[in-house]
Design a binder for this molecule. Sequence first.
Ligand SMILES: [Zn+2]
Length: 388
Amino acid sequence: MKSVGYFVLLFVFGLVGCSENKTSTLRGPVHLSADVTVHQLSAQEKSPFLSRKIQLDQNTSCEDRIAKMVCLSKNTQADFDRDCEFGHVPAGVIQKLQKIMEELPPVHRKVFCHLDRIQLHQNIFSIGYATQVQDEWGMPAGYMFGMREDVLNGSGKDYFSWKEQLNFGLSDPHDDKARVSPEGPTVQVEMNSANPTLLYVMTHELSHIVDMLNGADNIDYDKCQTSPVHNYWKDCPVPSTAFNSISWGPHMTVIDDSQDVDWNHAEMPDNKYFWSASHPLYAKFCFYFCGGKTLPPNDVQASYQELQNSTFLTSYSTSSPMEDFAEASALWALGDSGRDLGIVVKDKAGIALFDSRQQMLNPELQSKLKWLHEFYNRGNLKTDAAVN
Ligand SMILES: [Zn+2]
């Protein structure tokens, strides 16, 4: 699997399409973030994909569409699966998706009701993921998301605590039982919903699609300083109107991940983010991609204290601009629709170390919340791949 990092921004670049030369580096499957991928349809995949798309478009009811777009995948890769099986999904699973659709915030519901497919996996490395499906020219042909089937069915596995503990080496990224250490932090998703975890996961993944459709994150690649090293662009300006300018500063270094970067030898700046020096602990949060470089468990408390003094709404927001948008967007939109979502991190004694609801009151975060408010109230947001 390709590593993840700054190359997330390549994706934004792909969407805005600056030059043929750079967009051509986007060949799927490319991992744009821990849970965002691009899949370019092969010649064999294109025809079944498009004929299903036409079938779906003839359905006006979202409920009918959900029943037709969900499939079961044996693939352990977070990516479009050409062998995903339609037609064998238990009725209870379809009903659950139809029910949760009603709880989604308005824009997310529209995006959900225009998806091309939902892949349910028995096992993937992340909890869920979002994918842009591209045609042979690299243009968006549709959107889908995938997730673990047991997130939908309620396995009792504590995926959020497991994911959080990966940063401290207390849980194992390859453990399909997602076991959690009693020594580590735990995460609770608190929400005014019958199924808070599922609603949060879906709103997060759909937020990635909202971002991909509307270019919430952006970067001006034409004005990057050319790097002497082939696999990254240095000091690329971030437009001041873009969401990522709020927490990631006016310039970013962008790794080109499309060429199997050798991360052990890639020339990486020591301070990879402009906030790394002032927030050295959470700058080391790594989630699925720690490569043995985890934070010591002794740093748990100090890490979340540091996070409280940041412009990030959750720990996962720190992993990339796209995750920052997906997390903030889910929190804002679910909050705005009266769900009162709180992501609460507790220490091993059960004492709260971090609560996203408290974080939302942080004065430094108000510009981010205002940005989201204005974005979601624009009225002209794209909700599917069709040209509006
Ligand atoms: Zn994500």
